[in-house]
Design a protein around this ligand. Structure first.
Ligand SMILES: NC(=O)c1ccc[n+]([C@@H]2O[C@H](COP(=O)([O-])OP(=O)(O)OC[C@H]3O[C@@H](n4cnc5c(N)ncnc54)[C@H](O)[C@@H]3O)[C@@H](O)[C@H]2O)c1
Ligand SMILES: [Zn+2]
Length: 398
């Protein structure tokens, strides 16, 4: 603390309170996280108090609970096997997977009620096993109950393993705005288990790859070329290629958060959100019929073309990006893009305003100055963006 001593006549004295809190959490890549012999979960639970029996509540995405062998049973067996350190406060709680859990606030309240009923305290653990939506909703509950209960994420989709699960954000939707309510709250640990990806529907396997293309486009040209070279294997979901893609993408996201200088996004930039301003709007416009990754693929194609029109990206590179996305299985147009308001304006363009409002400050959109090089701009020429939309529309109908 420092005291800003001023002459007595000014009457105000300012004491500057300053401290910093180091954050660190393990991101473990494993297989068969609930196999009784696998000690990864046990080890993270015991990180601080190895001799203690830890109280644990597990929330499980219902997209997984139907799998074979039944996941809920596997979690019960795991807890029983490791009962010297795990005290399962109640049987695993199965919760709705997908955007529904983020779009109806009663779910959040219901989970908080569960934690209240079970007398969960700040040294207990709330574990979320599921896709990005379940992680976001349960993460919000964990970070707000008692102002923060230890939270472990076990992401089960490509997107959650390579992007959202290793991040520091959570949130739910309100007033039709994505992630309107949420917190920045680093998890206690993340456990990525590739086996979960096997049961994932193809549509979600494809959707998650959008974030890998995204991070390669803004940060790592070599990774983009790797994705291009392995697009056959990725398009058919071959395991080694999927594993490499997920891990590299997760590493790049982790690096951005730890070394990008603004982990809690207090500035005006959202450096990892290339292609996202229109994607978030499209998700709302389609009432989440489009997956996040599917919308991001369209958003990236749009902003790639805009980058060319703005003279930032060499002509032809946008086609290369679109070709890769399509090869991986994405469609780069959705009818909701063409929706217009009563004044004739494309509704999706409102996404620019929403994007700015989410953070406040100056509008900051990431565009491309080359493959592997993101660049932040603070102005979008709407006429040029309309042109980019028409290009995308014509391309889709060609
Ligand atoms: N917090 C962040 O930093 C951040 C970053 C990116 C995205 N997100 C959010 O993540 C959400 C999207 O997450 P997502 O792409 O993981 O999709 P999702 O969570 O919506 O899940 C998609 C579907 O897959 C099912 N599912 C999950 N795992 C499965 C498995 N292994 N096998 C079979 N089915 C399974 C779910 O039940 C759901 O029906 C969006 O809400 C997005 O806003 C958050
Ligand atoms: Zn995203």
């Amino acid at each position: 603390m420092t005291t800003d001593a001023r002459p007595a006549h000014t009457q105000s004295t300012t004491h500057w309170q300053r401290f910093s809190v180091p954050y660190e959490f393990p991101v473990v890549f494993t297989e068969g996280v609930f196999d009784p012999e696998n000690t990864a979960l046990r080890e993270v639970l015991c990180r601080y108090e190895p001799a203690k029996r830890h109280r644990v509540v597990v929330f499980v995405d219902d997209g997984l609970s139907a799998g074979k062998p039944p996941l809920v049973e596997a979690i019960n067996t795991y807890a029983e096997r490791h009962r010297d350190v795990i005290d399962l406060a109640c049987p695993p709680v199965v919760v709705p997977g997908g955007e529904k859990i983020k779009s109806e606030l009663h779910f959040v309240e219901g989970f908080q009620q569960t934690l209240f009923d079970l007398h969960i305290d700040r040294h207990s653990y709330v574990i979320a096993v599921g896709g990005g939506a379940v992680l976001d909703a349960v993460g919000l509950v964990a970070s707000t109950t008692h102002r923060g209960v230890r939270h472990i994420r076990i992401p089960t989709t490509v997107l959650a393993q390579n992007d959202s699960g290793v991040g520091v954000k959570n949130g739910v939707n309100l007033h039709g705005v994505k992630n309107f309510v949420g917190t920045f709250a680093p998890p206690f640990a993340v456990l990525n288990d590739l086996r979960f990806i096997i049961s994932l529907p193809e549509r979600d396997k494809i959707a998650g790859m959008a974030e890998a293309v995204k991070v390669s486009l803004i940060r790592d040209a070599e990774f983009f070329t790797w994705i291009e070279r392995h697009s056959d294997e990725l398009a058919t979901f071959e395991r080694p290629a999927m594993a490499t893609m997920i891990r590299r993408c997760a590493e790049l996201h982790m690096r951005q958060i730890s070394q990008g200088g603004d982990p809690f996004e207090s500035g005006s930039a959202r450096p990892l959100d290339y292609g996202h301003w229109s994607a978030h709007k499209l998700e709302s416009l389609t009432r989440h019929h489009l997956r996040h990754g599917e919308a991001v693929a369209i958003g990236m194609a749009l902003d790639a073309r805009y980058s060319v029109l703005a003279g930032l990206l060499p002509q032809g590179e946008e086609e290369r990006i679109c070709a890769l996305l399509e090869y991986l299985g994405f469609e780069l147009w959705h009818p909701a893009l063409a929706r217009t308001a009563t004044n004739g304006e494309w509704v999706v363009l409102e996404g620019l305003k929403d994007f700015q409002e989410h953070l406040g400050g100056e509008l900051t959109v990431t565009l491309l100055a080359g493959i592997g090089t993101g660049v932040e701009v603070h102005e979008i020429d709407l006429e040029r963006m309309r042109e980019a939309m028409i290009w995308l529309q014509q391309r889709a109908s060609a």
